[in-house]
Design a protein around this ligand. Structure first.
Ligand code: GZL
Length: 326
């Protein structure tokens, strides 16, 4: 009798334990399923440019809609700070790490740490110098292609003289490297003169305005402003206004800009900018789609470049501008 009772007691204990484990597993899996996806985003600077503002807004809105928890940090022009911020996010065991690098180089250790931690490393905006085994995917712009579009357009202008002022972006960023390589190679191939070629820290509009004002003061003549974003192109226009130099549709200087913000395109329509090359900042939805695909175990394209176009005085209309999202 005693034996039957102790057997029954053991069986009861076993079933209770099993039920408890099952419940825990169920809770764990339920918690896992319900757990918000946490995404670490290492952004460049908060107020770098209108492009960057649109880009940050895109992440905030898309991640909120998707129900992702966003942990966004800003390097504020300091590459070393971005590296330590990325390492910190890995320590915090984010589910995904998205990097928009101030500099292309120097990301190997972070990428290796993310890989060791089992955290997918995603590049956005600017491709980084990483071998394909060190990142999961990228959603970036092809900056060399952007620059080549500007060079091809410049060729069609058949100017009497090509005296080009290059206002580069942040030195060492893939956006600056690609756009600068395009104009430098284009000038060499077409025997154009680059009369000024300097990168503006932080893509800064005021620095660009001052650089062009100083150049004008030296008496250097130029026929093209190649500004690697809208803000710096506007800075150059302010300097030319102050010096009485005409530009754009009926002017002596062609102004080329990149980003194609709405206000930049308004400057194309009004004839101030001659060309604006699109660089699309709306990466939020793209990264959400990518993360959802990864979460579902779907195969994703590792190297996805964003489709982008150009706008000049002959192609732009107010309707096109009004329909734009940034
Ligand atoms: C390009 C982006 C650049 C923009 C600038 O993708 O990284 O940085 O062209 C921005 O306006 O600040």
């Amino acid at each position: 009798m005693k034996k039957i009772f102790s057997t029954a007691l053991v069986l009861m204990l076993m079933f209770t334990l099993l039920a408890a484990c099952g419940k825990k597993d169920a809770e764990t899996s339920a918690t896992k399923e319900d757990k918000k996806i946490t995404v670490g985003v290492v952004q460049t600077n908060a107020n770098e440019s209108d492009w960057r503002t649109a880009n940050t807004k895109s992440f905030n809105e898309a991640f909120a809609t998707a129900g992702f928890e966003l942990k966004m940090v800003f390097g504020e022009g300091d590459h070393a700070k971005q590296i330590s911020q990325a390492q910190q996010l890995i320590q915090e065991e984010v589910d995904y790490l998205v990097v928009l690098g101030l500099q292309s180089a120097g990301w190997e250790d972070v990428a290796k740490a993310a890989k060791t931690a089992g955290i997918p490393f995603i590049m956005a905006d600017r491709k980084l110098d990483l071998s394909e085994n060190l990142y999961t995917a990228m959603v970036c712009s092809d900056f060399l292609a952007e620059g080549n579009k500007a060079v091809d357009w410049l060729k069609t202008q058949k100017l009497d003289a090509y005296k080009i002022v290059v206002l580069g972006g942040d030195t060492g960023s893939s956006a600056q490297l690609g756009r600068s390589k395009a104009i430098e190679d284009g000038a060499k191939a077409n025997k154009w003169d680059i009369v000024f070629n300097q990168n503006m820290k932080g893509w800064d509009e005021t620095l660009a305005k001052q650089a062009v004002a100083d150049l004008i003061a030296t008496g250097t003549k130029f026929t093209v402003i190649y500004a690697e974003n809208d803000n710096m192109a506007r800075g150059a226009c302010t300097a030319m206004d102050a010096a009485g130099i005409t530009y754009g549709k009926n002017g002596t200087v062609k102004v080329i800009a990149f980003d194609a913000n709405k206000w930049g395109l308004q400057n194309v329509l009004s004839g101030k900018f001659s060309l604006d090359v699109e660089c699309n900042p709306l990466h939020g939805p793209r990264i959400v789609k990518l993360i959802n695909s990864l979460k579902a175990g779907e195969k994703v394209e590792q190297n996805a470049y964003v489709d982008e176009t150009t706008f000049d005085i002959n192609s732009i209309t107010q309707a096109i501008i009004d329909a734009r999202k940034y």
